[in-house]
Design a binder for this molecule. Structure first.
Ligand SMILES: NC(=O)c1ccc[n+]([C@@H]2O[C@H](COP(=O)([O-])OP(=O)(O)OC[C@H]3O[C@@H](n4cnc5c(N)ncnc54)[C@H](O)[C@@H]3O)[C@@H](O)[C@H]2O)c1
Length: 326
């Protein structure tokens, strides 16, 4: 039976599917599979089910003579050398779509939480400070009727915008070249990034991390934003220049940041963002619902099963691997 290595514990449904026709080895630790173990496992594996925390680079691909499929348990795949995999005829899969709504729900929740300063408010209660309340304490910002800027109008960006229509928000967006019909339906306006940064009350990032989007929001971008602006990042930490963000939050160039993702992850405990009251940080929970994580596991397993049979993966990042064979 083909040998499949799974780099972290995932919900059982996907694993059960794999076990019907594969020998499945699952790393059971709370920390990621250590690099040396990953290299050893890759040397024997026909397929690997990977997490964003696994670096699938050329050294690993070179160490894996039998590898046919790398199946990422995520829609993003910035942890994988896709070109290197393609050169070696290795198919790369991901899990788009099934996590769109969960991630958009989470981005919206983070936007609301930042607007109403829920992180600070919770600390205030837990630290016994509530007794000093007065009517100007912990004032937040209105979301209903405000302007939302969506950077990256793809699946999740559009789902975020759809939620914003229920809050009567003006919606601006960049990116998403084929999104005209959805934009028209939602009343969203396509604008240049600079206009979006200058006019939005809330800016929500939904682009993939690529060489083009790395550091997309840097020193200049924060200077364009409103002093009251709130940044929501559920995309990837690397899309924002961390040092520029720290300065922007410390100097009041923007009001608040809500981060589901950081660069690096996990965030080191000495990172200055952790010292700021106006920064809400949670540990990459975008897709973290029971149903969604289960569905992601099934798709990741189905990608592996198809690839092991030499069939195009249901969700393939480099379908040219299969086209070249025909
Ligand atoms: N926090 C989480 O747990 C979580 C969960 C799922 C996805 N994500 C992140 O969200 C990203 C988006 O996921 P998706 O399913 O919506 O992907 P998608 O491919 O449907 O959408 C991405 C959009 O970004 C646009 N884009 C690319 N470069 C751009 C640029 N420079 N400027 C403006 N727009 C640009 C694309 O045209 C596309 O419309 C993923 O790549 C991943 O990094 C995070």
């Amino acid at each position: 039976m083909p040998r499949v290595y799974v780099t972290r514990k995932i919900p059982p449904t996907g694993l059960d599917l794999l076990r019907q026709s594969c020998d499945v080895y699952v790393w059971d630790g709370e920390l990621p599979t250590p690099r040396d173990v990953l290299l050893e496992e890759a040397a024997q594996a026909d397929a690997i089910l990977t997490m964003l925390s696994d670096r699938i680079d050329s050294a690993l691909l070179d160490a894996a003579p039998n590898l046919k499929v790398v199946s990422n348990y995520a829609v993003g795949f910035d942890n994988i050398d896709v070109a290197g995999a393609t050169e070696r005829g290795i198919a790369v899969g991901n899990t788009p779509g099934v996590l769109t709504d969960a991630t958009a729900d989470h981005a919206f929740a983070m936007m609301l939480a930042a607007a109403r300063r829920l992180g600070e408010a919770e600390r205030y209660v837990h630290q016994g400070e509530w007794k000093t309340w007065h009517p100007t304490k912990l004032l937040g910002q209105d979301v209903f009727g405000a302007t939302l800027g969506v950077v990256g109008f793809g699946r999740i960006g559009q789902a975020m915008a759809r939620r914003a229509t229920g809050f009567n928000m003006r919606i601006l967006y960049t990116g998403g070249s084929s999104a005209g019909a959805v934009a028209a339906e939602l009343g969203a306006e396509a604008v240049e990034l600079e206009t979006l940064l200058r006019e939005s009350d809330f800016i929500s990032l939904h682009v993939p991390l690529t060489p083009d989007t790395k550091g997309l929001l840097g020193v200049d971008a924060f200077k364009m934003m409103k002093e009251t602006a709130i940044l929501v990042n559920t995309a990837r930490g690397g899309v924002v220049d961390s040092a520029a963000l720290v300065t922007a939050l410390q100097e009041g160039q923007i009001a608040y940041a809500a981060l589901d993702v950081t660069d690096p992850e996990p965030i080191p405990m000495d990172n200055p963002l952790l010292t700021l009251d106006n920064c809400l940080i949670v540990p990459h929970l975008g897709s973290a619902t029971t149903t969604t994580r289960d569905r992601m596991g099934v798709i990741a397993a189905e990608n592996i099963l198809a690839g092991l049979k030499g069939e195009t993966l249901p969700f393939c990042v480099n379908p040219e691997v299969f086209e070249d064979e025909s």
